[in-house]
Ligand binder design. Structure first.
Ligand code: NDP
Length: 502
């Protein structure tokens, strides 16, 4: 059966590559590969991950006239989009990471790169073509993609403290606990926050928060910082509202059932435990590579990073890796971009060696569905621009309301907008869809939630379901279309008919 993905990709690829139906096995011996048999559904290359490394790789491939598809997972833009002030990206001083990523993304799309928003649920790299199972981020549809080569640029996943009160049932994730100051710091204006960790990320997060919060306390488990950027570290600790607790570990996050109110901290030198009041806890305690999908198929180091053989080549011929997933050492946006470039040139060479021929000719543009992230104002979703409008459209509505609390700077929020727009179409006439940009200075966000008898919002995106003027359900963080659809159906009435709707 031909998958949705292959149909799209084939339309994109058009007639620009010729498939060789001859040949047999591949050799891993560099430079002496046998040609491989590819069927028509096999793409030349897929790039897994839409951060700086993946986007740069895709640009180079597209420039070489190789049709390329990026599978962009749940965190579009990757780690760089969380950085508020990047000072080491050549050509620009102190620029938000999200802006850099946005420009690279626009560049990639202009080159004809196709971007598919999907979660990779399985990867099979032990035979060529490689096979990837995907689940669409917008509607949960499953599909499969086959590719002659691939570039893994899926980055890393932030570590958690794994202490009571952090996540799960009764935990305060999204209600005061976060790992993204750029996304959620806004909600802690004038409040007390803690940043856990002593690395460069912790320094960045704390520096950002120090502009907003009344106090920022760094909680560092050793008696030293690990951060390499000593200038940034020194600037941070010199700020009057920044304190540092060395030799300290958080043992529990405490709250009042709705939000964080404090933490229990242990001092490893004195053995003393104390409860410290705080409104927010930001974690910056390093990360681990997203390599579980490839376990048993590639070589990894003891920490799970992909081991590179030769200029981004992995232990499997045709599979290349780029960026943080294979770089525990430098972990810089610019090195990730360099990795992406090398991986792309290596993939091109590999395709030539195994006989995957591209015909000359300009690449066609990808289909519109791959570009939905670019549209900022979805149809059918009302942008709330004033408190009066909030009262009229949301608080006093006779019809159930699905409210999207987003922020203009938040990348995951941008990715959710097409999903919210699609929901608005699915429930047209039955549910009102509205969105509020929490950064909109025309409104005092703290005055909105009491109007719907709801709690304060501490993270974006947050989706609030409102019935008869009252909050009935809240969903914090990105979700798939199907999950949100189900939440609407169960919160607002009969799953088929939404019979209560007036
Ligand atoms: P790091 O691994 O460098 O630092 C992690 C910090 O968290 C350390 O202080 C570590 O303590 C602490 N930690 C780890 N686990 C726990 C835990 N369970 N409980 C409490 N504390 C914990 O991670 P970063 O994310 O900060 O940086 C990763 C890489 O990215 C680095 O190479 C860094 O230089 C780079 N980077 C560069 C930036 C820039 O150039 N602007 C910005 C951000 C990151 P300990 O020291 O005791 O292990």
């Amino acid at each position: 059966m031909e998958s949705f993905f292959v149909r799209n990709a084939r339309a994109f690829v058009g007639v620009f590559f010729v498939v060789l139906l001859s040949g047999c096995l591949q050799s891993t011996d560099e430079g002496h590969r046998h040609q491989i048999t590819f069927d028509r559904d096999t793409l030349p290359v897929v790039v897994l991950g839409g951060g700086v490394a993946g986007l740069t790789a895709a640009i180079y491939l597209a420039q070489a006239n190789i049709p390329v598809t990026i599978i962009e997972g749940p965190k579009p833009g990757g780690a760089l989009s969380q950085s508020q002030g990047v000072r080491n990206w050549p050509g620009q001083y102190n620029v938000p990471g999200a802006d850099i990523v946005q420009k690279i993304k626009e560049h990639a799309l202009a080159c004809g790169v196709q971007i598919v928003q999907a979660r990779i649920t399985a990867a099979s790299l032990l035979q060529n073509p490689f096979i990837f199972d995907l689940e669409s981020m917008s509607d949960g549809k499953k599909s499969t993609v086959k590719a002659a080569s691939c570039i893994i640029a899926v980055g890393t996943e932030p570590n958690l403290l794994e202490v009571p009160g952090e996540q799960g049932e009764g935990g305060y994730w999204g209600r005061g606990v976060s790992n993204c100051a750029v996304c959620d710091g806004f909600f802690f204006k004038g409040k007390q926050v803690m940043v856990v960790g002593g690395g460069d990320s912790a320094v960045e997060e704390a520096s950002y928060l120090a502009n907003l919060a009344s106090t920022v306390t760094l909680v560092i488990r050793k008696d030293t910082f690990r951060a390499k950027d000593v200038k940034a570290r020194d600037r941070l600790v010199a700020r009057p509202n920044v304190k540092v607790m060395f030799d300290s570990s958080i043992k529990e996050i405490i709250g009042d059932g709705k939000k964080v109110t404090g933490v229990r901290v242990n001092n490893s030198k004195t053995g003393e435990q104390q409860t410290v009041a705080t409104d927010g806890v930001f974690l910056a305690i390093g990360s681990r590579p997203n390599t579980d999908l490839f376990k048993g198929q590639l070589d990894f180091d003891s920490r799970g990073f992909i081991v590179l053989k030769n200029h981004q080549a992995t232990s499997v011929a045709g599979v290349f890796a780029a960026g943080d997933v294979s770089d525990p050492l430098f972990v810089q946006a610019i090195t990730a971009a360099g990795d992406g470039c090398r991986a792309a040139l290596q993939a091109k060479k590999y395709l030539e060696e195994v006989g995957y021929k591209m015909q000359a000719g300009a690449l066609e543009k990808g289909d519109e569905s791959a570009r939905v992230w670019q549209k900022d104002v979805p149809r059918g979703v009302v942008e709330i621009e004033s408190e009066q409008q909030f009262k009229d459209v949301v608080a006093n509505a006779q019809t159930p309301v699905f409210l999207d609390m987003y922020a203009s700077w938040c990348f995951p929020c941008k990715r959710m907008m097409p999903i919210v727009e699609k929901l608005a179409k699915a429930f047209e006439g039955k549910v009102i869809f509205a969105k509020v940009n929490v950064a909109n200075k025309a409104m005092d966000i703290e005055r909105l939630n009491p109007m719907i008898h709801g709690r304060a919002v501490y993270s974006v995106p947050t989706f609030i379901l409102i019935k008869d003027g009252k909050e009935v359900k809240r969903i914090e963080g990105s979700r798939d279309y199907e999950v949100l659809k189900k939440a609407i159906e169960t919160s607002f009435g009969d799953s088929k008919n939404l019979a209560f709707v007036r």
